[in-house]
Every structure is written in C-alpha cells, then in structure tokens.
Ligand binder design. Sequence first.
Ligand SMILES: [Zn+2]
Ligand SMILES: [Zn+2]
Length: 101
Amino acid sequence: MAWIAPVNEMLTDPPGRAVILPCGGCAAKGSYTYGGETYACPDCQGRGQALWRACPACGDVAFDKRGQMYVCAAGCGYRWGEDHPAWLAQHWPGEAKPNAA
Ligand SMILES: [Zn+2]
Ligand SMILES: [Zn+2]
C-alpha cells in the first residue's frame, strides 16, 4: 500500500522536499585545485552542497521522468507535472527556480 500525501500537506516553501547533500564533485569543499589553480566546483557552484529535487509526496529522489510527467516509480507511485507547487518550491531558498532536472 502506498500512502499518498494530499497536496495541502506538501512542502511548498523552498527548498520543499528537495534534499540538500554534500557535493560529491568536490568532496563538499566547494572548489578544487588543478594545476596549481583553484576553481569553483561546477557541480555545486562553489556551495559545497548539492540540491536534489525529490518526489513532492514522499521525498524520494529516485523519480523517473516520463514525457511531461514525473513518476515516483520506485517510491510511492505519485505522479506530478512541472507546474506542481511542491515541485516548483524545490530550489535554493532566495534563488530563482532551476530548470527542470
Ligand atoms: Zn561541488
Ligand atoms: Zn514518492
């Protein structure tokens, strides 16, 4: 049995259900050194953290995109579109929303 959260219980303030994790590209340092030069990490724009967008219902980051819809196939089975308010909320607080993954 999958439990589907009603929309009004979903998180619609940034970052919503998005998961913030240490960046794997730079080992959470935000930069890397190459040839004696230090560069901001392109994966996280120097934050040292990466934001993973997640299923608006259950927070599972392992969703699929099928056509215009996203499907939480391995998780709760929820389906949502790019205009879902709890999906649009998944970005860094204070910044414009990123392009859809
Ligand atoms: Zn990084
Ligand atoms: Zn889900």
